[in-house]
Design a protein around this ligand. Structure first.
Ligand code: 3HC
Ligand code: NAI
Length: 705
C-alpha cells in the first residue's frame, strides 16, 4: 500500500499508531479521511496489530473538516467515510486528543471506541458557528453518549468544551497527564483494552435517549430559548432537528437525515457569510507592510492609568487571561471606586452563575491598585485610559516617559485623539500606539490597534498579539479622527438622527435594525451608552468645522437632561429599576416641534429605506477610509463591525453585506442622495472607481500605503 503523506501508520509493539499530520491544525483536507480509512483497514488486516491509536501530529488532534473546501467541491458522495471504517473495526481504536478535536475531528473521536485526552484539550461541534450542522454523525452519536439535553447544549452553542468537563460528561474515558507523553499513555490504554469484547460503540447504545421520552418537550423548549439569538438563521434549528431525529429514528436513518440537513445548509447565504467571517478574522492578523517575523516584546505584567469605565474593563480583560495588572488613579478615592466597580461587576456574574467565586477571587487577586507612577515603572505594558482631554493625556504620557522602564510599551485607549499627540509628549514615540477597546471592555471583542506616525513595527505587532492574548480580535487602523471603527460607524449614527428629524420614530428605526439582526436597536444602544458621549463629540466637531451638520434634536434631549438609561429617559423612557425601553410620546412631540422649528418636512419611510440610509452612509465612509489607506482591506472593517458594534454575524459584515447588493446599485443610490441631501452624501472616489472597473468591495485595493 502506498504511504499516505498526511496519515502515518506505525506498529509499536502490537499497537497500530495512526498519526494525522496535516499542519497547521490537521483539518480533514482531501487525503486525510482516505488516509484514516486505509490505516484502520490496514490495522484490522494485520494479525500483528491488537489495537490502534489515532493521534494528531503538531499542536492538535483534528480541527474538523477543511472549511476552505466548503462550497467549492462536488457534493460529498454518501459512501464509505472514515467513521464507517471505524464502526467496522474489529480491533479497538483509541482517539488520543490534545489541542482541539472539533467538528469532523471530534466526530472521528466519537466514532472511535475510546477517547483519552490531556486536560488542556478542547472538544466540540462548532459547525453551527459557520452556519452548518455536524455532518459526520455528531448529532447522532453525542446524544447517545451524554444524553440529548447535554448534546443539544453543546451542538447548538458550538462551544469548545475543556477536556476535564468532557471527562465529567462522559465524553472522555481517561485524562492523561498534562505535559506527559500522550502517545505513550494512549498506547498503554490501547493495550489495556485490546481484548475487550464486545467493543464499545456509541452507535449501539440507545439508553441515554430515554431522557427525551421522559421530556418530549425539550426540543421545542430549546427552539424557544434560542428564538431571539437565532433570528434569521437556520443552522441552530437544523441542529435541534437532527438531535431530535437521533431520539426518534434508528441510527442509520438519523445519519442519512443528518447529511441531508447538512447539504441543505452548506451553501446557504448564512453559511457563506459565516465562513467569510471566519476567514476575515484570520486575515485581519496579516499585516502586509509588517514582516511576520518581527520579534515581539515580552509582556508578563501590565498597568493601566485610569480606573474608570474603560480602565476597569481593561483590567478585567487582563486578569481573565492570567496577567497581573496594576491600576493607577488620580487619588485614593477614585481608585477605591474603580476597584469596587470591578468587584461588583464580578459579583453580578457570580450571582448570575456565569462565574465561580473561586474564579472571581483568582481574577481579583491579579488586580492591584497602586498609588504612584513609581509603582508601575517595571510593567511591560501600560495602557492609558484617563479622561478624553488632550492636556490630561499629554500630562500622563510625560509622566510615563519619565518613569517607565526602557522598552515598556505605552498604549492609549483614546477613542479619538490623535495618537501622535501622546507620542510626541514622550521622548520615545516609537513605543507609543493606540489600543482602542470597545465598551464594555471586558466583553466586547474588538481591539483596534492604532498606528502612530512613529510607532515602531514591534510596538504594533506586540499590540496585535496582546489583543489576541486577552481574548480579543485585533485589527489595525490608521491614525485619524475616529480611527477606522468609529469613523466608519459615525455616518450611521448621524443618519439615524436625521431620519428622525424627517419623520421616522426611534422605535421604528430600532425595529428595522433588530429585524435585520442586530441584538438591539441603535437608539436603544445610544440610551445604554449615554447620550452625553455623542453630544460631547458633536460639540467638539462643530467647534472644529464650521460646516458641521448639527443634530438639534439629539442635542436638545441632552440639554433637557435626557441622557439615556442612566437618567431614566433618553430616546425612550424607562421605568425605575428596569432597562426595558418604552416608546415615549414626549420624544415624538419633541421631534415634531423641532422639525417644525427647523422647517423639515415630515414623511413616512419604508423599512428598506431606513436600512439603506444607515448602512450605505457607512459603506461610503468605509470607502473613504480605504481610499486614504487607513485600513488594509474591506474585510478588516467587517471584522470591526462584527466584534465592535454587534453587526449580525450571519450577514458577514458591513462590506460583505454591501457586496451582496453590489457596488453599482450602492453608487447609484448614493449619487441620488448626494443630489438630494448635499455634501454628506458625496460619493467616495474609490466607490466610483469600483463601479467603473466592476470590482467588488472585497477586492478594493486601499490607497496611500
Ligand atoms: N479548515 C481549514 N483551515 C482551518 C481550519 C479548518 N477547519 N481550522 C483552522 N484553520 C486554519 C486557519 O484558517 C488558520 O490559517 P492561517 O494560519 O492561514 O490563517 C490556521 O488554521 C490556524 O488557525 P487559527 O489562527 O484559528 O488558530 P488558533 O489556534 O487560534 O485556533 C482553532 C485553532 C480553534 C482550531 C480554530 O482555527 C477554529 O476554530 N477552527 C475551525 C474549527 C471548526 O469550525 N471545525 C468544524 C469544521 S466543519 C466540520 O467539521 C463539518 C463536519 O461536521 C462534517
Ligand atoms: P471615565 O471618566 O469613566 O474614566 C476615566 C478615569 O480616569 C476616571 O476614573 C478618572 O479619575 C481617571 N483619571 C483622570 N485623570 C487621571 C490622571 N491624570 N491619572 C490617573 N487617572 C486619571 O472615562 P472612560 O469612559 O473610562 O474613558 C477613558 C478613556 O477611554 C477615554 O479616552 C475615552 O475616550 C476612551 N474610551 C471610552 C469608551 C467608552 O465607551 N466609555 C470607549 C472607548 C474608549
Amino acid at each position: 500500500m502506498p504511504e499516505n503523506k498526511l496519515v502515518r501508520f506505525e506498529n509499536i509493539d502490537g499497537v497500530g499508531v495512526v498519526t494525522i499530520d496535516n499542519p497547521p491544525v490537521n483539518a480533514l483536507s482531501p487525503g486525510v479521511p482516505e488516509g484514516i480509512i486505509e490505516a484502520i483497514e490496514r490495522g484490522n488486516a494485520d494479525p500483528a496489530i491488537r489495537a490502534m491509536v489515532l493521534i494528531g501530529a503538531g499542536r492538535s488532534f483534528i480541527a474538523g473538516a477543511d472549511i476552505r473546501t466548503f462550497g467549492n467541491r462536488p457534493p460529498p458522495v454518501l459512501g464509505k467515510r472514515a467513521h464507517d471504517a471505524l464502526d467496522a473495526s474489529q480491533k479497538p481504536v483509541v482517539a488520543a486528543i490534545h489541542g482541539y478535536a472539533l467538528g469532523g475531528g471530534f466526530e472521528i473521536a466519537l466514532a472511535s471506541n475510546y477517547r483519552i485526552a490531556v486536560p488542556s484539550a478542547k472538544v466540540g461541534l462548532p459547525e453551527v458557528l459557520i452556519g452548518i450542522i455536524p455532518g459526520s454523525g455528531g448529532t447522532q452519536r453525542l446524544p447517545r453518549l451524554i444524553g440529548p439535553k447535554a448534546a443539544l447544549e453543546m451542538i447548538v452553542s458550538g462551544r469548545h468544551v475543556p477536556a476535564e468537563e468532557a471527562h465529567r460528561l462522559g465524553i472522555i474515558d481517561e485524562l492523561a497527564p498534562e505535559g506527559g507523553d500522550l502517545r505513550q499513555a494512549a498506547i498503554a490504554f490501547a493495550r489495556g483494552v485490546a481484548d475487550t469484547k464486545p467493543l464499545p460503540r456509541i452507535r449501539d447504545h440507545d439508553e441515554k435517549l430515554a431522557e427525551a421520552q421522559a421530556d418530549p418537550g425539550m426540543f421545542d423548549a430549546m427552539r424557544k430559548s434560542i428564538a431571539r439569538r437565532a433570528r434569521g438563521q437556520k443552522a441552530p434549528y437544523h441542529c435541534i432537528q437532527s438531535v431530535e431525529n437521533a431520539c426518534k429514528m434508528p441510527f442509520d436513518d438519523g445519519i442519512v437525515r443528518e447529511r441531508e440537513l447538512f447539504n441543505e445548509l452548506e451553501n446557504s447565504a448564512e453559511a457563506r457569510a459565516l465562513r467569510y467571517a471566519f476567514f476575515a478574522e484570520r486575515e485581519v492578523a496579516r499585516l502586509p507592510d509588517i514582516p511576520r517575523e518581527t520579534p515581539l516584546r515580552p509582556i508578563k505584567t501590565a498597568a493601566i492609568v485610569g480606573a474608570g469605565t474603560m480602565g476597569g474593563g481593561i483590567a478585567m480583560s487582563f486578569a481573565e487571561f492570567g496577567f497581573p495588572v496594576q491600576l493607577l488613579e488620580i487619588d485614593e478615592d477614585a481608585l477605591a471606586r474603580g476597584l469596587a466597580r470591578i468587584r461588583s461587576t464580578y459579583e453580578t456574574s457570580v450571582k448570575r452563575g456565569s462565574l465561580s467565586t473561586a474564579e472571581m477571587e483568582r481574577r481579583l487577586g491579579l488586580i492591584e491598585g497602586v498609588g504612584s507612577y513609581d509603582d508601575i515603572a517595571q510593567a511591560d505594558v501600560v495602557i492609558e485610559a484617563v479622561f478624553e482631554r488632550i492636556p490630561v493625556k499629554e500630562e500622563v504620557f510625560k509622566k510615563l516617559d519619565a518613569t517607565m522602564k526602557p522598552g515598556a510599551l505605552l498604549y492609549s485607549n483614546t477613542s479619538g485623539i490623535d495618537i501622535d499627540i501622546m507620542a510626541n509628549a514622550t521622548k520615545r514615540p516609537q513605543d507609543v500606539a493606540g489600543t482602542h477597546f470597545f465598551a464594555p471592555a471586558n466583553v466586547m471583542k474588538l481591539f483596534e490597534v492604532v498606528r502612530g506616525a512613529k510607532s515602531a513595527l514591534d510596538t504594533l505587532m506586540t499590540a496585535m498579539d496582546l489583543g489576541r492574548k486577552i481574548g480579543k480580535v485585533s485589527a489595525m487602523a490608521g491614525n485619524g479622527d475616529g480611527f477606522v471603527a468609529n469613523r466608519s460607524r459615525t455616518p450611521f449614527g448621524t443618519e439615524m438622527i436625521i431620519l428622525v428629524e424627517e419623520g421616522a420614530l426611534p422605535e421604528q428605526v430600532d425595529k428595522v435594525m433588530v429585524d435585520f439582526g442586530y441584538p438591539i436597536g441603535p437608539f436603544a444602544t445610544a440610551d445604554l451608552s449615554g447620550l452625553d458621549i455623542g453630544y460631547d463629540s458633536r460639540q467638539r466637531r462643530a467647534a472644529q468645522n464650521p460646516n458641521y451638520r448639527k443634530l438639534p434634536i439629539a442635542d436638545h434631549l441632552v440639554e433637557i437632561g435626557r441622557l439615556g438609561q442612566k437618567s431614566g429617559a433618553g430616546w425612550y423612557r424607562y421605568e425605575k429599576g428596569d432597562r426595558t425601553p418604552h416608546p415615549d410620546p414626549e420624544v415624538a412631540r419633541i421631534i415634531k416641534d423641532k422639525a417644525a422649528e427647523l422647517h423639515i418636512a415630515q414623511r413616512n419611510f419604508t423599512d428598506e429605506e431606513i436600512l439603506r440610509r444607515l448602512l450605505f452612509a457607512s459603506v461610503n465612509e468605509a470607502c473613504k477610509i480605504l481610499e486614504e489607506g487607513k485600513a488594509y482591506r474591506a474585510s478588516d472593517i467587517d471584522v470591526m463591525w462584527l466584534n465592535g458594534f454587534g453587526f449580525p454575524r450571519y450577514r458577514g459584515g458591513l462590506m460583505y453585506w454591501a457586496d451582496g447588493i453590489g457596488v453599482a446599485e450602492i453608487y447609484r443610490q448614493i449619487v441620488q442622495w448626494h443630489q438630494r441631501y448635499g455634501e454628506r452624501w458625496a460619493p467616495s472616489s474609490l466607490l466610483r472607481q469600483l463601479v467603473e472597473t466592476g470590482t467588488p468591495f472585497r477586492d478594493a485595493k486601499p490607497g496611500g500605503r
